[in-house]
Design a protein around this ligand. Sequence first.
Ligand code: HEM
Length: 466
Amino acid sequence: MRAFSAPNLTMLSSLPGPWISQYTDLVLKYHWVTGNRAHYVHRLHQKYGPIVRVAPTEVDFSDVSAAKEIHRVGSGFVKSDFYQKQTNGASSVFSITDPKKHSARRRLLSAPMSDSSLKSMESLINEKITLAIQRIKEEMELRGSADVFKWWLFMASDVIGQLTFGDSFKNLDRGVENQYFSDMKKVGSIGALNTSFPVIVKLSRTIPLPFFASITSASKRLVIYAEQSLERYKKLLDADPTHPPPTLFTKLFQAGEEGLPNDVLKDEARGYIIAGSDTTAVSLTYLVWAVCSDEKIKATLIEELGSLPENFQDQDTRNLVYLNQVIDETLRVYSAAPSALPRTVPPGGAVLAGKHIPGGVTATTQAYSLHRNQDVFPDPERFNPTRWVAPTKDMKDAFMPFGGGSRICLGMHLARMELRMAAALFFRTFPHARVSNLEGMSDADMAEKIYFLLSPKGKRCLIRAS
Ligand code: HEM
């Protein structure tokens, strides 16, 4: 890979943006650490247009053709070092920047993530979804409403835990977060801090602050847990090589030398759990909330779900036109990863949206703005599933909830499967579901906090059965 030299900043001085962006990235960082970066950058686009200089060496594009070029396979735009910082240096398909290394790794991991391979895991996935619905029902009966955010998070983490380690975290069974999962969240917070304030994180290695000390122990436990889980799985595989419990890594274990070494598998397993838990849970939470907030949408969905057979399978839900429109509209308005996806402009520079951008500059796109382009999605803030009845080419091009090109989400088929089945089962079981006002729950709880991922500000979403 060619080395990147410092970008020629004088070429950026003619780009639109607030004056402060020419001198410092502190304002951008402030909005990032307060969970408002996507909103801030979107406001800048509304003021300055589709190209905005957001920091001395960073430019955000809401222009669809520029976004397509940046994320095009083979475009030469590589993931910036943000990803290494975010994942604390782990070597996973998510964080590798070198295109050749990435494509080799992705080739090994892709097959089990395809729609057809996931079919063999459908019953395991459905088992978790059914258990989540049962738990939601019990909580509604006991408490008067259920926190669907919590249960979807337990469900999504149990699904991805089962599919990576061959054994789930049992969050749904216990009704409380297991240690591994809470450690994961703790360690994740240091990744976010590392992207903005690497110096503080470095200092923490020498100055023993309690916050960092608890993260260090969490991090050690994570390594041990991943090692033990993978060892346990290997033993199962050795004991019965012909019928092991299927996981997304089974073939890589069986491939021996041609598979992946243990420590790489550990990094990938960790990456899958981070990438596959909150994203799916947050999408389902906003889907349920948005549908429950609009009686007409809910009635249309319930009517369509009435056509499903008693023990419906994923194949049945794929054919439900309105359900899939509801899912696409959720992914548009409430994209789980709506903020900047940073890429480094190739050494020779590039022309984006008619402007020459020098090599080495960080070019970002954010689904939050692409999905709110008024010309493409009229009345963009309105949750309107029927806008997907006959999507235009512009709508398809601007729709990037799973990113794009060679770095498009590896888990998108799994995510869509979970979204279809869980949404269908939820509204079949609770056709009169409504947003609850128990314990002071209100729309303010659902205000969006956006770091790299979206989450509801109140960290809860209470729904009642009628
Ligand atoms: C609704 C749910 C999901 C959404 C909205 C979502 C979104 C995204 C986005 C936007 C990216 C691109 C990041 C970038 O280019 O910087 C991505 C990458 C990725 N996602 Fe997802 N994701 C979801 C679910 C999942 C699940 C269930 C998994 C399961 C393992 C997963 C695994 C990954 C991986 C491994 C990558 C990195 C791919 C690569 O760089 O080659 N995601 N996801």
